[in-house]
Design a protein. Sequence first.
Length: 243
Amino acid sequence: MNNSKTPNATAIIVAAGKGVRMQSDTRKQYMTLGARPVLSRTLQAFDRCPVIRKIYLVIPEADFQFCRDTILPQGASATPVQLVSGGAERKDSVYNGLLAADGRNEIVVIHDGVRPLIRPDQIEACVTAAAETGAGILAIPVKDTLKRVQADSVIEATVRRESLWAAQTPQAFEYDLILEAHQTQRDHADGITDDAQLVERMGRPVTIIPGSDLNLKITTPEDLALAEAILSSGLIGEADSWG
C-alpha cells in the first residue's frame, strides 16, 4: 500500500487486563487520572484523531454496562465505539478486536488502553507509516545501560544499547497483514509481547516512528503518580492532555 494521502483507519483499543501490579480492586484502566478515567482519556485522544473512523474497545464482557455508563460519556463523542469482549490473554483480545473490525484493505491501529497520554498526531503518524510500508509503530531509543542477568541476580553481560528501541503503542498495520500474522502464529505466540513481533516473524518490515517518554503505560501505582505529575506539569498542553 502506498498512498500519498493518509487513509482512514480503525482503532482497536485493548483494555481487558486485570491490572495485578496496580495492587487495587479497581482495574487500572478505570482508575482516575486528572479527574477522568484513564481509559476515557485514551478514547478521547483517538476520538480527536481525524483519520480514525471507528473504535473497537476490547474490555471484559462483564464491564460493558459500566463502560457505556461511565467511560464512553467521558471519552469518545464523535467517533463510533463498538464494545468487544476480551480474551484470556492480550493476543486473544487483539484477535477478537480484529475479527470484529473486519477491515479488509484498511489500516488498523492497535493501542493499549492504559497509555492515556498518546497524542492524535502520533496516532496519525503510525497510520501514515502503515499506509506507506505496511506496518508502523511508535518506539523510543533505549537510554539506560542494559544488563543481562542470570537467575541468581548476577550480571551475565552488558548489552550494547546502540540501535535498541523500546516499543510502544499505537502500532498500525495493513489489516490483512496483521490478521494473517495472528491467524498463522497465534498458537505459537508464547513470549510475544507486541503485535509487531508477529509481523516481524513473517519477514515483513516494520517502520519505527519516534515516540515520547510521556506516552507511558500505566501498570503500577508509580506510573499513575507519574502520569498525574505530567498532566500538572505543563509538559503536555491543554489540547494534548484532553483535560
